[in-house]
Every structure is written in structure tokens, then in C-alpha cells.
Design a protein around this ligand. Structure first.
Ligand SMILES: Cc1cc2nc3c(=O)[nH]c(=O)nc-3n(C[C@H](O)[C@H](O)[C@H](O)COP(=O)(O)OP(=O)(O)OC[C@H]3O[C@@H](n4cnc5c(N)ncnc54)[C@H](O)[C@@H]3O)c2cc1C
Length: 405
């Protein structure tokens, strides 16, 4: 009988895994099952080009629906996998169907965390994860419209930037002292905050939401301090939670995500996980991580596909992430920890600089504002955990490619 592999979750990780299986010569059946109605797509454009109306959402598709068919990948959209029988590796589907597979890959990703405040169900209160969400938000960004963004993380900051560029009156509410405080720390978060304020966004920090008001449609956001802010649209970006319920139901080990080993295999042999949902051991970072990034979803999915075909190479990669806000491009490698010591290169006031995060002389992460090449040139040092001289990192006259020579 022909071998078969089932991939649950038909987005970036699931799509890349299915493509990799074929590319690597797997000739058995591939079932790619996803609950969304769209074929697999990339999400980063949703909070950038799509909101700015610079891109048709269909351009985000990994490939056309026909291409999946031509590759012999059985793509089943608008279908939820409701249960996995871990012994028989049989999958129950929401349409009553059953899929039997020799191996299963879980790429179920994450779903938005809901804000538990009164009024969050009013019309005009939006989240941003899917193409449909992005189209709904885009259509509401009319010139002069009062928009409140709740959450100053990367998604919130990108939405605020797009709304401002679309001519809206934008307020961004952030619970911490500065946006992205937990990721970037006080100084970098403060610089980002300044960039938004210079663009005319009202950034209110140390501010939480008490309730959202309206009469069917949203009209105001009321903060915990009692301030009432006018809003015809509210976009909530307060993070995601990994979609682990299917894995839990099948008795897989789950913590912050689905626990996998270096080969992307879960606690049950033959069942794998990759992408936003997977929690993997990363030797470079020196611990377990669950990453929510485009690069990780692609690369880990490809690694999982190869592991399923018998390759015994552990997945170990330096995390990389980017964000675009106005004319600012932020790139980040490794995992910044604001408690590390930070060395700067470039001019912070001109907003073209890099921050190198070091612990005991070892470069652990780089965050670059409009200096992508500094990230590219230092990834290998993060991977090799090389001890570097802080003075050299900070000295513009020193070529970053020649450190340690
Ligand atoms: C708006 C936005 C902008 C982003 N911008 C950037 C960026 O600039 N840079 C960057 O590095 N990263 C960015 N990211 C993050 C990146 O897009 C994600 O890390 C990536 O999409 C993760 O892919 P995934 O396939 O693992 O998970 P997901 O994209 O969450 O896909 C999981 C899929 O599984 C489906 N699913 C779940 N459970 C089931 C089930 N039981 N049955 C069937 N289907 C199921 C879901 O419906 C979903 O379609 C952005 C994300 C968003 C939302």
C-alpha cells in the first residue's frame, strides 16, 4: 500500500512541509488539511502591503490551487481536523471524513488572544491574523477615521503605522512602559515609541483597557484610568496562543506549544510538529523556544518534512525576524534579552543603528533599525557563540565580517 503523510494546518509551515516532501522525492499520498478557506499563504504582507492597499491578498498565496493539484498534494480547505487517533494515526475531519496516515505533521499555528473586556464583540472591533481579518481592517482605514490599536507589539505597531499612513487618527495603547518592552527593552522600545509619536500616533503607555463602548458599533475605548477615546475601529493585537488542543486530545506532550525534539518529532513517534505551534530545543539559544516567525515556520517545516523521510539532522537555526513600520525596517536575529549588555553601532538619533546584545562577551542577538546588513553580517557569530570585543562591535570603522580576525 502507498505510504501517506497527513499535514494538519494548511498555512505557511504546512504548505512548505508538503512542498518539501515532494521536492525530496516522497511519492506517497500527501494530505494537507486546513480550516481556512484560502490555500496556504504568507501572513507578513497582511499587516503591511495589504493594509496599505499595495497588494492584492491573493499575492500572499504560496502558489495557486492548481499547483497543489499538479504536485499531487491533496489540499482540503475549510476542513477542521477534530481528532487524531494516535495509535492508528487516523484523523477525523469536520466533514465526517477520515484520513489514515503513516505519519502526521501538526502545523496548527496559533490563534489570536481575545481581549476579555466588555464591548470586545462590538462591530468594528477587529483582530489581525488571517487574510479575511486583514481585508476587514483595510476596508475600515478611511482618512480621518479614529482608530484605536490595543497592544504595542509588532502587529499592533505595524497596524498603527498603516492606519496613520492611510490618514487615520491613530491612538495606540500599550500596557507596559514602552511598546515592545519585553522584547527590545526600555531604550529600543522608547526609540520605537518616539518614531510613532513623530508620525502623529498618540501612544499611551502604561495604559490598559477597561471596556469598549458602542451601540452595536464601537464608538469609544475607555481606559482603566477612565479616559474615553473615540474610535470607529479598534484593532486588538495582544498576542497569540498556540493551537495545541488537537495535540492535547491525542495525548502528546504539550507545554508552551507542542513539545518536539531536535528532529521535530513529538512525544509520540510518527507524529511531528513545526511552525508557530512547535516548542523545540535550540542549541544556539541554549534552551527550548517556541518562535512566532516567518523564517522559523518555513525552515522548521522543511526540516520536519526531511525528518519524516528519514534524515537525521537536528533543526538548529539562528532565529530571524523583521518588521516594517513607515520607512523603518527592523531586523532581529537571535533572541534579544533586555537584561543582556547592549553595545550600539551607528547613530540612534538618526534611527539607523544596530544594537548588539551580549552576555559574558558572547553575541546573543542583534536588533537593527534600518541597518539590515549588520544583522546579516553577524548571524554566524551568534551561531558559533563566539566571544567578541564590544569595542569592535561599536566601532563603525571595523568591518563586522572581520571580527575576531
Ligand atoms: C499579520 C501578521 C504579520 C506578520 N508579520 C511577520 C513579519 O513581518 N515577520 C515575521 O518573521 N513573521 C511575521 N508574522 C508571523 C508569521 O506569519 C507566522 O510565524 C507564520 O504564519 C506561522 O506559520 P504557521 O503555519 O506555523 O502557523 P499559522 O500561520 O497560524 O497557520 C496554522 C494554520 O493551521 C490551521 N489549523 C489550526 N488548527 C487546525 C485544525 N485542527 N484543523 C485544520 N486546520 C487547523 C489554522 O487555521 C491556520 O491556517 C506575522 C504574522 C501575522 C499574523
Amino acid at each position: 500500500m502507498k505510504e501517506s503523510i497527513a499535514v494538519v494546518g494548511a498555512n505557511l509551515a504546512g504548505g512548505r512541509a508538503a512542498q518539501t516532501l515532494r521536492k525530496e522525492g516522497f511519492e506517497g499520498d500527501i494530505h494537507l488539511i486546513g480550516m481556512e478557506s484560502h490555500p496556504p499563504y504568507e501572513r507578513p504582507v497582511l499587516s503591511k502591503e495589504v493594509l496599505l492597499e499595495n497588494c492584492d491578498p491573493a499575492q500572499a498565496y504560496l502558489q495557486t490551487e492548481d499547483a497543489w493539484e499538479q504536485q499531487g498534494i491533496q489540499l482540503r480547505l475549510s476542513t477542521v481536523v477534530t481528532r487524531i487517533h494516535r495509535q492508528s494515526r487516523q484523523l477525523e475531519l469536520s466533514d465526517g471524513g477520515l484520513v489514515r496516515a503513516n505519519k502526521v505533521l501538526l502545523c496548527t499555528g496559533g490563534r489570536v488572544r481575545r481581549l476579555p473586556v466588555p464591548g470586545a464583540e462590538l462591530e468594528g472591533v477587529e483582530y489581525l491574523r488571517t487574510i479575511d481579518d486583514a481585508v476587514a481592517v483595510r476596508d475600515r482605514l478611511q482618512t480621518g477615521a479614529p482608530v484605536v490599536v490595543i497592544g504595542g507589539g509588532f502587529i499592533g505597531a505595524e497596524v498603527a503605522a498603516c492606519a496613520k499612513l492611510a490618514g487615520c487618527e491613530v491612538t495606540m495603547l500599550e500596557a507596559e512602559e514602552v511598546p515592545l518592552w519585553r522584547v527590545l527593552g526600555h531604550e529600543l522600545g522608547g526609540i520605537l515609541c518616539g518614531i510613532h509619536r513623530d508620525q502623529g500616533v498618540h501612544v499611551k503607555t502604561k495604559t490598559t483597557v477597561d471596556r469598549i463602548e458602542g451601540n452595536g458599533r464601537v464608538t469609544n475605548v475607555v481606559t482603566s484610568e477612565g479616559e474615553r477615546i473615540e474610535a470607529s475601529t479598534v484593532v486588538i493585537g495582544v498576542g497569540i496562543t498556540p493551537a495545541t488542543e488537537l495535540a492535547e486530545g491525542a495525548g502528546l506532550e504539550v507545554g508552551n506549544g507542542i513539545m518536539v525534539n531536535g528532529f521535530c518529532e513529538t512525544s509520540i513517534p510518527g507524529i511531528y510538529a513545526a511552525g508557530d505551534v512547535a516548542n523545540h530545543p535550540n542549541a544556539i539559544l541554549g534552551g527550548r523556544v517556541r518562535l512566532e516567525s516567518w523564517q522559523n515556520a518555513q525552515k522548521q517545516a522543511a526540516a520536519a518534512a526531511k525528518s519524516m523521510l528519514g534524515e537525521s539532522k537536528a533543526f538548529n537555526d539562528v532565529p530571524w525576524f523583521w518588521s516594517d513600520q513607515y520607512d523603518l525596517n527592523i531586523q532581529m536575529s537571535g533572541q534579544p534579552d533586555p537584561t543582556d549588555s547592549i553595545v550600539y553601532r551607528g547613530d540612534k538619533s538618526s534611527r539607523s543603528f544596530s544594537a548588539f546584545f551580549l552576555r559574558d562577551g558572547v553575541l546573543r542577538s542583534v536588533v537593527a533599525f534600518n541597518r539590515a546588513r549588520d544583522v546579516k553580517r553577524t548571524m554566524t557569530y551568534i551561531a558559533s557563540r563566539q566571544i567578541l570585543e564590544p569595542a569592535q562591535l561599536g566601532d563603525e570603522s571595523v568591518d563586522l565580517r572581520r571580527l575576531g580576525d
